[in-house]
Design a protein around this ligand. Structure first.
Ligand code: GLY
Length: 392
């Protein structure tokens, strides 16, 4: 029986690729594959720079995915002949002023307590590392292990690799997951846990309904539709992913030569310079529902913050301003693996780390789909949000 993946972004396509390689018959359904949050990402692979208080499980997963990136990128290039512009460039967080520098002191102490590979730099050291930085920059933190990839090249390569491995990509919209209740009461789920009487006893997935009325049957369905994953009909309430859209606006610029070699992180902006002179500047963090309008205020602020750090930004061509919706979860970590409903899995809620977490998500979900232990994603089980009294 088939596996259907709802969502054709980096996550959905990478899961599809790995699952097809593992021998499953896979269909990806997405009205605009690769054009959601993946398209609006910057491609920073920065588990250490983006580490936050109280997010230990997420940090472990992010570091594991970061370790998988070199072989993942090499395998994808080998499979497709495409260059992903994966670059082991390192990332430097920089301070515009003494207040920022004090914040970097705190951040550095936190990163050191976690045993992360970080180096504190003076203003002079950081400017000698990146000469285009403003002379006002007061100091920095260098993370040699935080890198970048071209997210748009990535999703193109993932689609090509998935299709070459036998995945079918359907440009349709899934409106609902179909459940087979089968009149079964007192069922035992595939994982051996007994059900409880919440109207889902014995339920299992049997496929999806498309906006054109078509029904696709499948023994397993993975919801990988980013911020839209909680909007799909037919999903029993205990399995419905608690994801919300978190808008991010960002800019694409272009110059004749790279403005910097490292990713540059300010307190309110990040700058991702590609090797060919392109630069991505991001990103706002806005809780406005499903709104993807680009606003003049956001463009102004992103340019101002980026210019404060790297004045040479002013000379670049402004190529594009875009917005996307990160799938936010209640604890900022993704929801990965089997839900309470037999055959229904999640690969969503990646919030700010979708591109970084693509390799580990793909490997973990492929294991879960083929009945493996999927230990690498165990800490991110969707069941951690199961309401009291429901199946857990
Ligand atoms: N990964 C950075 C962002 O979500 O803006």
């Amino acid at each position: 029986m088939d596996t259907i993946i709802v969502g054709g972004g980096a996550i959905g396509l990478a899961v599809a690729w790995r699952a097809a390689e593992a021998g499953l018959a896979v269909t990806v359904v997405d009205p605009r594959p690769g054009r959601g949050a993946t398209w609006a990402a910057a491609g920073m692979l920065a588990p250490v720079t983006e580490a936050h208080y109280g997010e230990g499980a997420l940090l472990d997963l992010a570091l594991e995915s970061s370790r998988r990136w070199p072989s993942f990128a090499a395998e994808l290039t080998e499979a497709t002949g495409r260059d992903l512009c994966y670059r082991e460039c390192g990332t430097v967080s920089v301070a515009r002023n003494p207040d920022d520098n004090a914040a970097l002191d705190e951040l550095f102490a936190f990163q050191q307590r976690l045993g992360l590979d970080v180096q504190r730099l003076s203003g002079r050291e950081v400017r000698s590392l990146e000469p285009a930085l403003s002379p006002r920059v007061r100091g920095g933190i260098l993370v040699v292990g935080d890198h970048q990839v071209d997210n748009r090249a990535l999703v193109g390569a993932l689609r090509a690799a998935a299709e070459a491995a036998g995945v079918t990509v359907r440009r349709e919209r899934v409106t609902a997951v179909r459940m087979d209740s089968g009149g079964v009461q007192g069922g035992v789920r595939r994982d051996g846990e007994e059900g409880v009487d919440r109207g889902e006893r014995g339920d299992r997935v049997e496929g999806v309904e498309l906006a054109n009325g078509e029904v696709l049957t499948a023994s397993q369905v993975v919801l990988a539709a980013g911020a839209h994953s909680g909007q799909i009909g037919g999903v029993p309430p205990t399995a419905l992913p608690s994801v919300r859209p978190v808008k991010g606006q960002l800019l694409h610029l272009r110059g004749p030569a790279p403005l910097a070699t490292h990713n540059i992180r300010g307190l309110d902006v990040y700058i991702v310079p590609r090797a060919d002179g392109r630069v991505v500047v991001g990103a706002t963090v806005e809780e406005l529902g499903f709104d993807i309008r680009v606003t003049a205020g956001a463009v102004h602020e992103l340019l101002r913050e980026a210019w404060t750090l790297l004045p040479g930004i002013a000379e670049l061509e402004l190529v594009e301003a875009t917005a996307g919706l990160r799938p936010g979860s209640p604890d900022n970590a993704p929801l990965l693996g089997q839900t309470q409903v037999d055959g229904l899995l999640l690969a969503t809620g990646h919030y700010r780390n979708g591109i970084l977490l693509t390799p580990v998500t793909a490997d973990g979900l492929a294991q879960a789909l083929t009945g493996g232990p999927a230990e690498v994603i165990a800490a991110c089980s969707p069941r951690r949000f199961t309401p009291a009294g429901a199946l857990a």
